[in-house]
Design a protein around this ligand. Structure first.
Ligand code: CS2
Length: 494
């Protein structure tokens, strides 16, 4: 067998014909975008759109310099560097077709913790027009119950004391914007690509709170000069597995240390609100709209919440993947009922979108048997996700006297999951959550006080004070602790 070809710029001409490669001259591409958080989602989404656009000769100012803030990002940085910042996107269709494409839009990577000053300089350079972010729901550092910036975070305290060697995204943005202002350069756009409702407004609010504490005058400048477009982002991107790497090696003769797998569907709806120019992403499928609110709400409350419903219930039931859940008719029916009966009634109409067709497409996407998105990925950092994806649907239904039972069972399942950490067969669940200990402590109290878990105020707000909710929830907790087979309870609710 011939040796696989190492992914590198000089080897692109040696790759198998079915692998699509960048058709543009990457040496001419400048990094107009500095992106913080080079995970799988950035690489299947924004970097993918940008790669598609770079084939357009007018777009060469819009390459991407990736940034990792923490030491944990060293591995991706080293791999990308060794591959000339190239990586493979493996797009898996439900019927089995696989498209393989080399993405060339990333042209550099910087590990901020090794040299914070260099990253600040890069963000403050005249070439940089946009600083974009995928820092996860938890990265925005807000208290979900109050919506306010959390100044108690030790890294934030560090950044306020050490403005030239920050650790958080807020410290970096503030330092870079300060420098731009001092140099007389125009501001950059700060563009969030995370699943937070009003992600741009949220970024703006959090950054202003931080900057204000550091330098009130600078905060006023940021307020008037920096645009923070809201956006809805969508493409299901499971965690890369060793099988993905082995597939490229054996089927394509390609050695890529960290490819990305994703579904064929992709969507990006963006408010056209940029401080300093932008790529013409609309040429490659992104939609620019005046107000993204209804799109992001629809996506977060149906897709992300739907994922959480399947992920949480599926985890304690012993399902391993989202498509595995969907192959179980009970789970497929349950998630659709949740969408129809609880999520949809509190959505706003979305111009030009047929919600029924949108939900049908979600059901199909969740069922894609080739994506194998693990329930463990979906349950990762639930404490940052559920307050954004699910709790508002419960609260809004309580206000209008709507149904809450499908979502309440997910909260009860989350309590059980955090308390016991096993599925119904007794197999350990790998719980990864910044609030893991608090979740466990609160859930552990359930045996003495049925409502103990709901005392986590930053997550549940005042749900504990709502008698309609607590009545339904307590009954579910009692049933679940008596018989952890969640399917019995799910059947009852349908
Ligand atoms: C998922 C998202 O993390 C999650 O819980 O729901 O990562 C989801 O796959 C993406 O938002 C799809 O666009």
């Amino acid at each position: 067998m011939t040796e696989p070809v190492q992914l590198k710029q000089e080897n692109l001409h040696r790759l198998a014909d079915e692998i699509a490669c960048p058709s543009y001259d990457r040496s001419k591409v400048k990094a107009g975008i500095v992106h913080i958080g080079v995970g799988g989602f950035h690489r299947s989404h924004q970097a993918y759109y940008t790669d598609a656009l770079l084939s357009d000769s007018d777009a060469s100012d819009w390459g991407i310099c990736g940034v990792g803030l923490r030491d944990a990002d060293r591995k991706i940085g080293d791999i990308l560097k060794a591959q000339d910042y190239l990586y493979t996107l493996i797009v898996k269709h439900p019927q089995g077709t696989i498209e393989t494409r080399i993405i060339g839009s990333l042209i550099d990577f910087m590990l901020a913790c090794d040299d914070p000053g260099a990253v600040i300089d890069r963000m403050a350079s005249a070439d940089t027009k946009i600083v974009s972010l995928t820092i996860t729901e938890g990265g925005y550092n807000f208290n979900p119950a109050t919506g306010e910036f959390d100044f108690e975070n030790p890294d934030v305290r560090h950044d306020l004391e050490h403005p030239s060697s920050p650790k958080t995204v807020f410290g970096y943005l503030t330092a870079a914007l300060k420098k731009r202002r001092a140099l007389g350069l125009p501001a950059v756009t700060v563009q969030s690509c995370d699943n937070i409702q009003h992600n741009g407004d949220m970024t703006r609010k959090m950054l202003l709170a931080f900057a204000h504490k550091q330098d009130a005058d600078l905060a006023r400048w940021i307020e008037s000069e920096v645009c923070f477009p809201n956006a809805m982002v969508d493409r299901i991107t499971p965690v890369t597995t060793p099988e993905d790497i082995a597939y490229l090696r054996s089927a394509m003769g390609l050695e890529d240390q960290w490819p990305v797998t994703c579904e064929p569907f992709t969507q990006w709806v963006i408010e056209d609100d940029f401080s300093n120019g932008r790529p013409a992403w609309e040429k490659v499928g992104a939609q620019f709209v005046p107000d993204v609110t209804p799109y992001e709400k629809m996506k977060i409350r149906l897709l992300n919440a739907g994922h959480s419903v399947l992920g949480m219930l599926g985890s304690i039931h012993g399902h391993k993947t989202i498509d595995g859940c969907m192959a179980d008719p009970l789970f497929a029916a349950y998630v659709r009922r949740f969408m129809d009966v609880e999520a949809t009634p509190v959505l706003d109409p979305v111009a030009g979108v047929d919600l029924e067709a949108y939900k049908d497409s979600l059901i199909e996407r969740f069922g894609n048997p080739n994506i194998k998105d693990s329930v463990a990925r979906i349950c990762l950092e639930s404490s940052a996700k559920l307050p954004v994806f699910l709790v508002p649907t419960i609260t809004e239904n309580l206000e209008r006297g709507g149904s809450i039972k499908f979502a309440a069972l997910v909260v009860a399942a989350w309590c059980f999951y955090s308390d016991k950490g096993v599925d119904r067969h007794g197999a350990r669940l790998d719980i990864v959550d910044a609030m893991k200990d608090e979740l466990h402590q609160a859930a552990k109290g359930t045996s003495d006080d049925t409502l103990s878990f709901l005392k986590l105020e930053p997550i549940f707000g005042d749900l504990i004070g709502d008698e309609t909710f607590t009545a339904v929830y307590s009954e579910m907790i009692e049933a679940l602790y008596e018989n952890p087979d969640i399917s019995a309870r799910m059947k009852k609710l349908l």
